[in-house]
Design a protein around this ligand. Structure first.
Ligand SMILES: [Zn+2]
Length: 322
């Protein structure tokens, strides 16, 4: 029996699924992503989770037809590796992936994508609506997009197309992004940066609030919990809607998608308060056709399902390649 392997390598978890030749998942496994000491430790965790998923499915790893990987970036596509991952400790410089997985699975068909590209491949393959022009946008600890235009999933020469979280939305650059540059979308609206943005806004107007602004554990969860209860928290969420809409309008103007699927923890945990403000502002912000904007249908499995879909379709997510 032919089988396929999909891998999601995130900063927190690594998971693998095994599917039979019609795409039904028959085995899975996951584990915490080790935070060192080296990149090889992470590679070994990936191989272990893949072996466990094959055991769970009752198949030999060597019998796999193909595998797909959706990984944290940045990628070195030529080397088939993650290179100096931004969200793991500095001791991890390189995580080899396609080479070791090819050896384990005894196949040279191993497709590596950044996680958002795996996301758009998953949407393309599994969603009821899967036009050739679509975007998967994640609003999570970071912000990024996987983009499919005219049936081609855009990678860029180095695999880093779609880093839309680093588009400048605030020309005055009040907040500095984790990448070191000012005014980037992600510096305001990613899960990691929402508390910092709330603190910035609070410093501007000093309104009374029940939000624990100065508590080191203050998080995006607090902001959304108090939305509608606390006037300042509501103000913060409204402002997030403003920047998110600006970012999405930029995506629409650049890529002309028919549909934008939105995932990532911030969107998945607060779907209406994340998506409605974007939808409401599209007509006034977009000069071309406004796409449908909706929550991903694949939840937090979008990356691993996308990796699997990539394995089954020669790295494309295109049904006609099955
Ligand atoms: Zn940035």
């Amino acid at each position: 029996m032919a089988h396929y392997v999909g891998v999601d390598l995130g900063a927190t978890n690594v998971r693998a699924v095994v599917a039979d030749d019609d795409g039904t998942v028959i085995g899975e496994s996951d584990d915490d992503t080790p935070h060192g000491p080296t990149g090889i430790t992470v590679t070994e965790a990936v191989l272990r989770v893949v072996r466990e998923a094959c055991d769970d499915a009752g198949v030999d790893p060597e019998g796999a037809t193909a595998a797909g990987i959706g990984a944290i970036g940045p990628l070195d596509l030529a080397e088939g590796a993650v290179e100096n991952p931004a969200n793991l400790p500095d001791t991890i410089d390189r995580i080899p992936l396609t080479g070791p997985l090819s050896v384990l699975l005894d196949t040279d068909q191993v497709y590596l994508h950044n996680d958002t590209n795996a996301g758009v491949i998953g949407e393309r393959f599994y969603s009821e609506q899967n036009p050739d022009d679509m975007v998967y946008l994640t609003i999570s600890s970071g912000i990024g997009a996987g983009v499919c235009v005219d049936g081609n999933v855009l990678a860029g020469w180095d695999g880093n197309a779609g880093e839309v979280g680093h588009m400048t939305v605030d020309p005055q650059g009040h907040l500095t992004c984790g990448c070191g540059h000012d005014g980037h979308w992600e510096a305001y609206c990613s899960g990691n940066n929402i508390p910092r943005y709330a603190a910035y806004l609070h410093g501007e107007d000093g309104t009374d609030t029940t939000l624990p602004i100065d508590d080191p554990d203050f998080s995006a969860v607090d902001v959304f919990e108090q939305d509608g209860e606390d006037a300042f928290a509501t103000h913060v969420v409204d402002q997030l809607g403003h920047w998110n809409a600006m970012g999405v309008a930029n995506i629409v103007h650049a890529y002309a998608p028919l549909i934008i699927y939105v995932g990532g923890a911030v969107a998945l945990n607060n779907p209406e308060r994340t998506l409605d403000p974007i939808r409401e502002r599209m007509d006034e912000m977009v000069m071309s056709n406004v796409p449908q904007i909706q929550l991903t249908t694949l939840g937090d499995e979008v990356v691993v399902k996308g990796a699997l879909a990539s394995a089954m379709t020669g790295g494309t997510g295109d049904h006609s390649r099955l």
